[in-house]
Design a protein around this ligand. Structure first.
Ligand code: ADP
Ligand code: MG
Length: 699
């Protein structure tokens, strides 16, 4: 019989309960202090924790341990060492020391460093992050770690995120103290990432070089039906998909990942999984793990899980919604407006800090969601536009309006929703509707940053968000710190008024998919960075560099490294895509087209033999069309090759990226357009790979 869920939940995690059970009381206390207050951990504590961890891991089937980290590839990395330690008489003991727990020295030379470290300087360090629990995966004890170079620069995504959480906490505590919240000693960032993905048959996948090499289809005509009937969204789960989802849930639960919601998404074969939120750092680790487990479990069910932002043209791509809030260690959510937001000064101050941050650092937020894959989605009427704006909803917008104009805010009573069906229970309407077109939407007691791509590590966007909000809080603190208690309320209102005036341009409650909004946003002076090469240089802008340096999030060297890695990544992605497309066209598509043309010509000839009077047969006409296509496609393929060669000769990475974006992508799209037209004429048994129809509708 299947075990009950509470019995299996978290069984593969070295969580608080295990620590409490396994560790001596004083050690547990010391460790807890480190986790909760970011204090330094002494080696004797680490030694004791290592012993308990090893025992627990071995009891649960582990033979190896690894420092698990997140290099700039955006994926996770691990190098396994077994616990065994050979003795003198051919025997072994199972060993694991505090030193091994705390520090690792992987060869760092093959991870992207954006020039921080030359290949000959191979040494890198991994450092245990005790705030994210260790877990067992594939019989290996995985220890979440940060990853840095020999000279201490962060080579990973975790370190800057942890720094940004600390910066936000420090600034928030200062402001809270001014507002009379002396009880708060720390503030945590909370994140709940909703993960979208596609499932397709592994057999189909194996036949498509484009999916194998690039994660997305580079060719493929739309079937007669796409997503227009909207019958997939929230539709009943197919039995095989449901089996997959169940096993996925169970595996995630064992790892203590609180998978909560699952459903079909808009596009055929597209699904979503959302966990209950966690502190940002843990949420990032768990989302990385979730993506990995998704892929693994998919294989067991004969599927491949696609996490690319745009696997199929013509149907929606996949994103990741980053639900984000800040809470005190006293347990309250600082973005909860309460019953009377207009009177909730604490809420208003934090709300305004977020609004100001999004307006002042919209370029960085846009940049944090930029990638070759995500460029296909943003602004394409399936995902938020590339313009960063905030949806606040009617009530809060009115609250801010009334503060700005000094009017009294007239709170409307709760509106009872009239469904017209009297058997349904009555309930009260939420204060605001949802807005699916906004990149950054207030959703009741948190913000939802909706522009992230499905394959992203959520570390980057949250690092930007935390840092930018920390900066706005610091500004608020500076303005308020000298004000006497009696004058504080007035000073806060004056400050709010000023902030609303300065930043209300970033608030937009309307439909973000329209051309009118693009025009309007331009008038408001909001950025509209359309592509990755367009926005990337903003990372090194003076104001942005200053922001990161001020809070010690990225040094100049670390920032430059990220810039290099992002550019390199963009260029490499495009390079692989263009080569793959040319390869498929040359070796698969054109030969198939030729084969079919030959068949048609043969039929035409034999028909002609039968009837001399026949002038143009249908076959002749088709053969002509097909060979016209052949010529057009090979012309376009040649142009693509020429431009790809040109791109390869550019030595400046940014120029290369721009050229790929402006020229090579355009070539690829033009080539694809004719090839897809031709594909529609070719019988399925002659086509060298499965069609969209086969992949999307027969799973
Ligand atoms: P929807 O699809 O309606 O946006 P979901 O329930 O799918 O909502 O996802 C909402 C996500 O927001 C969940 O992961 C949830 O845990 C998360 N969330 C809720 N409250 C907070 C919070 N205070 N901070 C961060 N995330 C939160
Ligand atoms: Mg959502």
């Amino acid at each position: 019989m299947e075990k009950k869920i509470p019995e299996i939940y978290g069984t593969l995690v070295f969580n608080d309960k295990v620590m409490r059970d396994k560790l001596p009381k004083d050690i547990y206390k010391a460790l807890r202090k480190t986790i909760d207050n970011n204090t330094h951990l002494e080696l004797d504590v680490a030694n004791a924790v290592a012993v308990a961890m090893k025992e627990w891991a071995i009891e649960n089937g582990a033979t190896h341990f690894t420092h698990w980290f997140q290099p700039l590839t955006g994926y996770t990395a691990e190098k396994h060492d077994s616990f065994i330690s050979p003795g003198a008489c051919g025997d072994i003991t199972m060993d694991f020391s505090g030193k091994e727990l705390v520090k690792g020295e992987p060869d760092a030379s093959s991870f992207p460093s954006g020039g921080i470290r030359a290949t000959f300087e191979a040494r890198g360090y991994t450092n245990w992050d005790p705030t994210s629990p260790a877990f067992i995966k594939d019989r290996t004890l995985c220890i979440p770690t940060a990853f840095c170079s020999y000279s201490g620069e962060a080579l990973d995504k975790k370190t800057p995120l942890l720094r940004s959480m600390e910066a936000l906490s420090t600034q928030a505590v200062k402001v809270l103290k001014l507002l009379g919240r002396g009880d708060v000693t720390g503030v945590i960032t909370t994140v709940g990432p909703e993960q979208e993905y596609f499932l397709i048959d592994e057999e189909d996948y194996k036949k498509r070089k484009d999916l194998i090499f690039t994660g997305r289809t580079l060719l493929g005509a739309m079937p007669p039906k796409g997503q227009e009937m909207e019958d997939h969204y929230f539709g009943a789960l197919k039995p095989r998909v449901s089996e997959f989802m169940h096993e996925l849930d169970v595996e995630l639960w064992k790892l203590g990942i609180p998978a909560k919601t699952k459903h079909n998404e808009v596009a055929p074969c597209q699904h979503e999984l959302a966990p209950v939120f966690d502190t940002a750092n843990v949420a990032v680790d768990r989302n990385q793990l979730t993506m990995e487990i998704m892929k693994k479990i998919a294989k067991k069910h004969g599927y491949v899980c696609l996490l690319h932002e745009k696997p199929f043209a013509g149907v929606n791509g996949s994103g990741k919604h980053n639900n984000w809030s800040i809470g005190t260690n006293a347990g309250d959510n600082l973005l909860d407006p309460g019953k009377t937001p207009a009177e909730n000064i604490q809420f208003l101050v934090f709300l305004l800090a977020v609004i100001s941050a999004v307006d002042d650092y919209a370029d960085l937020l846009r940049l944090s969601v930029a990638s070759a894959g995500n460029d296909h989605r943003l602004g394409a009427n399936e995902a938020p536009p590339a313009i960063i704006s905030i949806f606040l909803g009617d009530e809060l917008t009115e609250v801010l309006d009334s503060i700005e104009t000094g009017r009294l805010f007239a709170k409307k009573g709760k509106v009872q929703l009239e469904t017209g069906a009297h058997v349904l229970p009555h309930f009260f309407k939420d204060n605001t509707d949802r807005n699916r077109t906004s990149p950054f939407a207030f959703t009741g007691n948190k913000f939802e940053f909706r522009s992230l791509g499905s394959s992203f590590s959520v570390a980057g966007p949250n690092t930007v968000l935390n840092t930018a909000v920390a900066e706005e809080l610091e500004k608020i603190y500076e303005e308020l710190k000298g004000v006497s208690k009696e004058k504080l309320a007035d000073a806060v209102y004056a400050l709010l008024k000023k902030a609303i005036k300065a930043h209300k341009r970033v608030i937009f409650n309307g439909n973000g998919y329209t051309d009118e909004w693009i025009e309007e946003a331009k008038k408001r002076g909001l950025y509209n960075f359309k592509s990755t090469p367009d926005v990337l240089p903003r990372l090194l802008e003076k104001k942005n560099k200053a922001l990161f340096e001020k809070y010690g999030i990225y040094s100049e060297t670390e920032l430059k490294a990220r810039y290099e890695v992002m550019l390199e990544n963009y260029v490499k992605t495009l390079h692989i895509e263009t080569l793959t497309l040319q390869d498929m066209v040359n070796k698969q598509f054109l030969p198939a087209l030729m084969k079919y043309t030959d068949e048609v010509v043969e039929t035409a000839l034999s028909k002609k033999k039968l009837s001399e009077t026949l002038t143009t047969s249908a076959e002749e006409k088709l053969a002509k069309t097909l060979s016209d296509f052949y010529l057009k496609i090979s012309d376009k393929n040649e142009k693509l090759k020429k431009d790809t060669d040109k791109a390869g000769k550019l030595t400046d990475y940014l120029k290369q990226a721009v050229f790929y974006h402006d020229t090579v992508i355009a070539d690829m799209e033009a080539l694809r357009a004719v090839a897809d037209e031709a594909e529609a004429l070719i019988p399925e048994d002659i086509l060298p790979y499965p069609t969209y129809e086969k992949m999307l509708f027969y799973v």
